[in-house]
Design a protein around this ligand. Structure first.
Ligand code: TXA
Ligand code: MG
Length: 344
C-alpha cells in the first residue's frame, strides 16, 4: 500500500479524479475518508476483511462493535438484508428517507459478508445524501462493489469530524486519502432504527425524529431497551473531548462560574446568554436545533483547544427537536469525566 500512499495529496476535492483514486483504494482493501451529510466517514469495502480490519485498527474500535454499511441506492438492500425481499417497513422508510440520515438495522442475509457486523446477525444499512458520498458509492458500485462500511472518521470515543480538517487532525498518517466535501450539513450522526426484532426501535436519535419514522410506519417506535444490540454511539461515554465538561441549566451558570473561578480554574462557557467574567471564554450557543447540531462537534473541538480547565455548557431546551443534540451532549459530558474531576 505504501506506493499508493505516496501518490497525490492527502485531502483532495470530491471530483472525478478524487473519486477515481478513492475507488481504487477501496478496491485494493484500503481505507478512504469521505464526507456525508451527517459526519465524515472512514470507509472500506464492506465485503473485504482486510479493508474492514483496517478501519477497526485505525479507529481503535472494539471488534464486536458493528459498522454501518453505506449503499449507492436501495438496490443493494437485498444483497445485505435477510428477508427474501426487504420488509415493507424497510421499504416504506427507504422511500421516505433515503438518501438521507437514516440507518436501518435489519437481519443480515445468510451468506452476505459479515466483516462489518461485529458478530451480530444483523446489519446496519444507510444511503447518504451528500453528493460526494453518492458519487463515490455509485462509482464503487459501478466497479462491482456492494457497499462501503464506514464509521465516523475519528478515534474511538472521540468527537466525530464534520469537516476534512478534523479528519486530518484525528487520523493524519493513518489514512491515504480524504475526500473534501466541505462542512457537514447536519453535523450529527444518522438516526438508527432497528427493524430486526419485531417492533421498530430507535437506537440512536438523529436529524430524522422518531415521530417522523412512526408516522411513516403507522406504528409507535420504541426506545432502545435493554435487549438493544450493541451500538458504540449508545455507550454512556462517547463523543467526548478531553477537557472536563459540566452540563448546567442556564440559571445555574453564573453561580457555578463564580465558585470555580474562586478556586482559580480557567473556564469556557457555551451558552445562549453571554457570560462575561475575568478568565472566562464565552461562545454563543445557537438557539435553533439544526444550527446547534451543525455547530456542536466543531465547537467542542474549538472549546477543547482553548486549554481551559473546565467547559460549562448550557443544557438545551426540552422537546424532540433537541433529542439528538441532547443525547450527544450528555455522552460528551459523561465521557469527559468532569464529575470525576472534583465530584461536582
Ligand atoms: O451518520 C452516520 O451514521 C455516520 C456516517 C459516517 O454515515 N456513521 C456513523 O458510524 O456514525 P459509527 O460507526 O460511528 O456508528 C455506527 C452505529 C454504531 O452505534 C453501531 O453500533 C450501529 O451504528 N450499528 C451498526 N450496525 C449495527 C447492527 N448490526 N446492529 C446494531 N447497531 C448497529
Ligand atoms: Mg462514531
Amino acid at each position: 500500500m505504501s506506493a499508493t500512499r505516496s501518490t497525490g495529496g492527502l485531502v483532495v476535492p470530491g471530483d472525478e479524479a478524487g473519486i477515481a483514486r478513492a475507488v481504487e483504494l477501496l478496491r485494493a482493501g484500503d481505507v478512504v475518508a469521505f464526507p456525508t451529510e451527517t459526519v465524515y466517514g472512514l470507509g472500506a469495502d464492506a465485503a473485504s476483511a482486510t479493508g474492514v480490519g483496517r478501519i477497526y485498527r485505525i479507529k481503535g474500535r472494539p471488534l464486536d462493535h458493528p459498522l454501518i454499511v453505506h449503499l449507492a441506492d436501495a438496490g443493494a438492500l437485498g444483497f445485505w438484508a435477510g428477508e427474501a425481499s426487504p420488509s415493507s417497513r424497510a421499504l416504506r422508510l427507504v422511500e421516505a428517507f433515503w438518501p438521507g440520515p437514516l440507518t436501518l438495522v435489519m437481519r443480515r442475509r445468510e451468506g452476505a459478508p459479515a466483516h462489518a457486523c461485529g458478530g451480530l446477525p444483523t446489519i446496519g444499512l444507510r444511503c447518504p445524501s451528500h453528493p460526494v458520498a453518492r458519487r463515490l458509492l455509485a462509482a464503487f458500485a459501478g466497479a462491482g462493489g456492494k457497499g462501503v462500511a464506514a464509521p465516523s472518521a475519528n478515534r474511538f470515543g472521540k468527537v466525530s469530524p464534520t469537516r476534512a480538517e478534523h479528519v486530518v487532525a484525528d487520523l493524519d498518517g493513518d489514512v491515504p486519502l480524504i475526500l473534501d466535501g466541505g462542512d457537514a450539513e447536519i453535523g450529527l450522526e444518522s438516526t438508527i432504527v432497528d427493524l430486526s426484532r419485531g417492533r421498530p426501535r430507535l437506537l440512536r436519535p438523529g436529524a430524522i425524529p422518531g415521530s417522523a419514522i412512526a408516522d411513516v410506519l403507522g406504528e409507535p417506535v420504541g426506545a432502545a431497551g435493554p435487549a438493544a444490540p450493541r451500538a458504540p454511539g449508545s455507550l454512556a461515554a462517547h463523543y467526548a473531548p478531553g477537557t472536563p465538561i459540566e452540563l448546567l441549566d442556564g440559571r445555574e451558570i453564573p453561580a457555578r462560574v463564580a465558585s470555580l473561578r474562586a478556586r482559580g480554574l480557567r473556564l469556557a462557557v457555551w451558552s445562549r446568554e453571554p457570560v462575561l467574567a475575568n478568565a472566562v471564554e464565552w461562545l454563543a450557543a445557537p438557539t435553533d436545533p439544526q444550527d446547534y447540531g451543525r455547530a456542536l462537534y466543531d465547537s467542542l473541538r474549538k472549546l477543547d483547544r482553548l486549554g481551559v480547565d473546565r467547559l460549562l455548557i448550557e443544557t438545551v431546551p426540552p422537546g424532540e427537536a433537541w433529542d439528538a443534540v441532547r443525547d450527544r451532549l450528555g455522552r460528551a459530558a459523561t465521557g469527559s469525566g468532569a464529575a470525576a474531576a472534583d465530584g461536582a
